[in-house]
Design a protein around this ligand. Structure first.
Ligand code: H2B
Length: 97
């Protein structure tokens, strides 16, 4: 399925205003999450994995510092941010981790 088009800076700023926990880093958006421990972080990563598979849209995921998870979203085949990234970011936020 074709990906939606790359968003311009204005559109990105508008989307970001709705998810203030996420920060733009060049052509990606990033959020750090912190769990109670490693197992909690791993469970969160699995939940994000299921959401990603359902959306057919996959973030970079890093578990670091034993209980923290960094999620980085971008649309690879557009070389930047699209609606898909913001839709998935909102779903990840809804996990309330
Ligand atoms: N995830 C992300 N983040 N960007 C993509 O361009 C992308 C993806 N493409 N997941 C998808 C898979 C594509 O390769 C499959 C074939 O739909």
């Amino acid at each position: 399925m074709p990906r939606p088009p790359k968003l311009n800076d204005n559109a990105i700023a508008q989307h970001l205003a709705a998810i203030p926990d996420w920060e733009r880093r060049e052509q990606t958006i990033v959020r750090e999450f912190k769990g109670a421990n490693f197992v909690a972080a791993l469970g969160f990563v699995n939940a994000v994995g299921i959401l990603s598979e359902v959306a057919d849209h996959h973030p970079d995921i890093l578990i670091h510092g034993w209980n923290k998870v960094r999620i980085t979203l971008s649309t690879h085949d557009q070389g930047g941010l699209t609606e898909l990234d913001f839709a998935l970011a909102k779903k990840i936020n809804d996990l309330k981790f």
